[in-house]
Ligand binder design. Structure first.
Ligand code: VG1
Ligand code: CO
Length: 543
């Protein structure tokens, strides 16, 4: 087998966003595109000669082909070993766990997560560092810089590796270890949670549905929920992973998982509903007749985590991304633990987790996780909920209502405007940014602005600074609006407007969130001039 150095030229746009590089699948399939980026990752992390990597992905279209290319390039670049999921499949949290538990030098995850899959949809690739977490900005900057300087990539001339069975094989002088993608992860979950208590819960007649959205978590959920925990067969819906996710958006929210939400709102609804995303790191939680916002879910988990064996001794602290509601802050304050506010994206939690400053973290976009891995983890969140439900034997609604009366309720919603021409989105953002100093003291729709700034984050562990992380406008009484541009889209720009109203009046804890948020939504429109800039009458997606 021969190693070739293939001459190439930099391809513009290989700049990782919120979570790795995401592009149209067709772009990833263009001549040299994947190869350039993979070589840039290897070069950006100082080469992989003598190193061990983990490789796997969410199973979307092109996952299998890209994995073969990466294996040949890893061999050509001198890697000692690659641990790869069977059929090149690994959920993002399972990959994070393998990177950590096997003491590797990091891993490559093939995923565009919640973005749709297929030849006309999206593909993505990201590098995770040896701690199992997404590469921090300093590393992604080096990868990007390498992509701008690249002149050749290394490729081994070889046939495809058969990845269809666990076992060991070789490619050139590199070892390949093919592992069952579910086994180690399921064992980790058994160590964290009280599986006996959850089994008893299911035995008592408790019913749940889990929508795997034809994405990577199907096999994980079947093994853990149906086989190990004894949930009824058929608990897992859409459990067969498909390269195009059955044509849907594998994004667990009330829009893209509407079927599940409707089922949970019916009279004969099961006790508990949940869903996960393309690569298995997000979760949606629905009780009978009640959708739990991700921000509320994070807060509830923070308040109740001690019910699970792994968190019995309490939490060291919690962290949330800036746009996530302040619900968890209120729990942290009441329980006397530190609470950190980070920019959007899981990479910012890594240092806090590594330093032992926090145990739980979460994002409004349906990501929750803990120090058990360095990614958000969809099934983990579902299992923590199940452990809490098993321990309390209360309903989701009961638990949430009790939570709100104790800590107050942060009504919350996110409005997304997708595929806006980039120049228009930038004009809106820059216009609002420029107006920030003039906002405090102004009253809009009877809401008085108390503070307005652009969020910047100083990492308390390594001192790095991340600027331009979104605009926040806070109103008297605890309402807040946040505006930022997405870093995961592949077409035009996506504008995200996050709305939050804090309510502590016991008589106002069970209102319709849309009603409570309506005046703030109007104020947001007036302040940010969304219609004028975007030409849109309404958001594309409201979650
Ligand atoms: C979105 C979410 C963010 C999340 C990121 C990756 O980013 O808002 O909270 O961490 O997706 O999630 P953005 O930049 O589009 O707002 V995943 O599950 O798609 O890897
Ligand atoms: Co994801």
């Amino acid at each position: 087998m021969q190693i070739h150095s293939v001459p190439t030229r930099p391809i513009p746009g290989q700049k990782p966003g919120t979570s790795g590089l995401r592009k149209k699948t067709r772009v990833f399939m263009e001549h040299h595109f994947l190869e350039n980026y993979v070589q840039s990752i290897f070069d950006g992390i100082g080469g992989i000669a003598g190193r061990t990597l983990v490789l796997g992905g969410d199973g979307r279209y092109f996952n299998d082909r890209a994995a073969q290319v990466i294996l040949r390039m890893a061999a050509a670049n001198g890697a000692t070993r690659v641990i790869v999921g069977q059929d090149a499949i690994l959920s993002t949290p399972a990959a994070s766990h393998l990177i950590r538990s096997r003491g590797t030098d990091g891993g490559l995850i093939l995923s565009a997560s919640h973005n749709p899959g297929g030849p006309e949809a999206d593909f993505g690739l990201k590098y995770n560092t040896p701690n199992g977490g997404p590469a921090p900005e300093a590393v992604t900057d080096r990868i990007h810089a390498a992509s701008l300087a690249i002149s050749e990539y290394r490729m081994l001339d070889a046939q495809d590796v058969d990845l269809s069975r666990p076992g060991r094989t070789r490619l050139g002088s590199m070892d390949i270890e093919i592992v069952d993608p579910v086994a180690d992860y399921a064992a980790l979950m058994e160590r964290l949670f009280d599986f006996d208590a959850i089994r008893d819960l299911f035995r008592s007649g408790f019913r749940m549905v889990f929508d795997a959205m034809h994405a990577v978590t199907g096999p994980y959920a079947r093994e853990i929920l149906e086989r190990r925990l004894g949930a009824a067969e058929g608990t897992v819906l859409n459990g067969r992973p498909l390269p195009d996710f059955g044509g849907g958006h594998p994004d667990p929210n009330p829009i893209w998982a509407r079927g599940l939400v409707e089922r949970m709102m019916a009279d004969d609804a099961p006790d508990f509903g949940a869903a996960s995303d393309g690569d298995g790191d997000r979760n949606m939680i629905v009780g009978r007749g009640l959708y739990v916002t991700p921000s509320d879910s994070l807060a509830l988990l923070a308040a109740q985590a001690h019910r699970a064996p792994a968190y019995r001794a309490g939490l060291r602290g919690v962290a949330r991304s800036m746009p996530t509601s302040g619900a968890v802050d209120r729990v942290a304050e009441a329980l006397g633990m530190p609470c950190y506010e980070t920019p959007t994206g899981w990479k910012f939690f890594g240092n806090l987790l590594d330093a032992g400053r926090v145990t739980l973290c979460g994002e409004e976009s349906a990501g929750t996780g803990s120090d058990h891995v360095r990614e958000k983890d969809g099934l983990w969140a579902v299992l923590l909920w199940l452990n809490i439900l098993a321990d309390t034997r209360r309903s989701v609604r009961d638990l949430m209502e009790e939570h709100w009366s104790r800590f107050g309720r942060n009504y919350y919603s996110r409005h997304d405007y997708e595929d806006i021409p980039t120049d228009r989105a930038n004009a809106l953002y820059e216009g609002l940014r420029a107006a920030l100093p003039s906002l405090p003291g102004r009253t809009v729709r009877s809401l008085r602005v108390s503070a307005a700034d652009e969020f910047a984050y100083d990492d308390p562990v390594d001192g790095s600074r991340s600027e331009r992380q979104g605009l926040r406008i806070v109103f008297e009484g605890g309402a807040r609006m946040v505006v930022r541009l997405s870093g995961t889209g592949t077409e035009g720009a996506t504008l995200r407007v996050y709305l939050e109203v804090l309510e502590t009046d016991p008589a106002r804890l069970r209102l319709d969130p849309a009603d409570v948020l309506a005046p703030l939504a109007q104020a947001a429109e007036e302040i940010a001039q969304i219609r004028r800039h975007t030409g849109r009458e309404a958001p594309d997606v409201i979650t």
